[in-house]
Write a protein that binds this ligand. Structure first.
Ligand SMILES: [Zn+2]
Length: 294
């Protein structure tokens, strides 16, 4: 049965609603037929949360776009990777509510890219090279990899400094999760310019790829930059042209968030688009690949 309908919940807000059966009408009609069920037995105890389902309905344009994200298994959590506020590491001292709001918008738009037919088609058509820097993935392997991207579960997201992004993984009690970090300039700019070069690169690391694979940095194939990053950048540019992203500057609900945060205590490197630090792969390898790209 439908307990209540919420017409609108503001982004990142908590809405508390009192069950009407606590001090009002306790008879509810079922959805399929008009049987009446008396919920007064729950007056004191409430209804166990596992028996409550939240369904998301609507027919607006933004809603339809968000609905497509159902194809993703992503669970996104935000994390302060620098609880000791160490000025010498690559994580921001504290991740703020503003960072999390922007990061959420970024993940929605990125999920929207990855679940698009355009991205899927171009990714499957792209030459993808494995971690040995040589082996070309077969069509079936690319399909499996694409699905793996959608089927990723937990992302523990944080804010990085000194580097544009960070990608890797960790395990807790045998369960693998992805580590994903982006810097201020990505969080500030993702609604204005395509950020596929960094964002897709870090997802490549989350999927287990190193810098010898073009699931991170592009590799030139017949003189053309090839890999997950160029595909993502192309689709992002296409969606900017079409004004298609679900989250845009026009509908982002706290415009002040998009102005650079001057309270950031560490130096943020805005210029080095290629910079990347990884949780799993060490810096000498990053340097080696960067040298190769030069
Ligand atoms: Zn990297």
């Amino acid at each position: 049965m439908e307990l209540f309908k919420i017409n609108k919940i503001d982004g990142h807000a908590i809405q508390q609603i009192k069950y009407s059966f606590i001090d009002g009408e306790a008879n509810f009609k079922t959805l399929n037929n008009n049987d009446v069920i008396d919920l007064s037995e729950y007056k004191e105890s409430g209804i166990p949360t596992e028996d409550i389902k939240f369904s998301f309905m609507g027919d607006g344009e933004v809603f339809k776009k968000l609905k497509r994200l159902d194809a993703l298994s992503w669970e996104i959590k935000y994390h302060d990777y620098d609880t000791n506020n160490d000025l010498n590491n690559n994580w921001e001292e504290d991740i703020s509510a503003k960072d999390i709001r922007r990061f959420s918008g970024l993940m929605i738009n990125l999920g929207y890219v990855f679940t698009s037919n355009e991205f899927k088609q171009q990714f499957l058509d792209e030459e993808i090279i494995d971690n040995d820097g040589e082996t070309i993935l077969t069509q079936v392997e690319k399909e499996v990899l694409y699905q793996k991207l959608l089927d990723k579960t937990l992302f523990k997201c944080g804010k990085v400094v000194n580097f544009s992004g960070w990608g890797g993984w960790g395990t807790v009690n045998g369960n693998e999760y992805s580590i994903l970090g982006f810097a201020e300039h990505i969080l500030k700019d993702y609604l204005k310019i395509e950020t596929g070069f960094i964002t897709a690169h870090e997802f490549g690391h989350c999927l287990g790829y190193n810098h010898s694979s073009n699931m991170t940095y592009p590799i030139k194939v017949n003189g053309v930059n090839t890999g997950i990053s160029p595909v993502t950048s192309r689709i992002m540019n296409l969606f900017f042209e079409r004004n298609e992203f679900p989250i845009s500057i026009d509908n982002y609900y706290m415009p002040d968030d998009l102005i650079r945060d001057s309270s950031t205590s560490k130096t943020v490197n805005n210029s080095d688009r290629g910079a990347c630090q990884d949780h799993v792969y060490h810096l000498p390898e990053v340097k080696r690949i960067q040298n190769r790209l030069r």
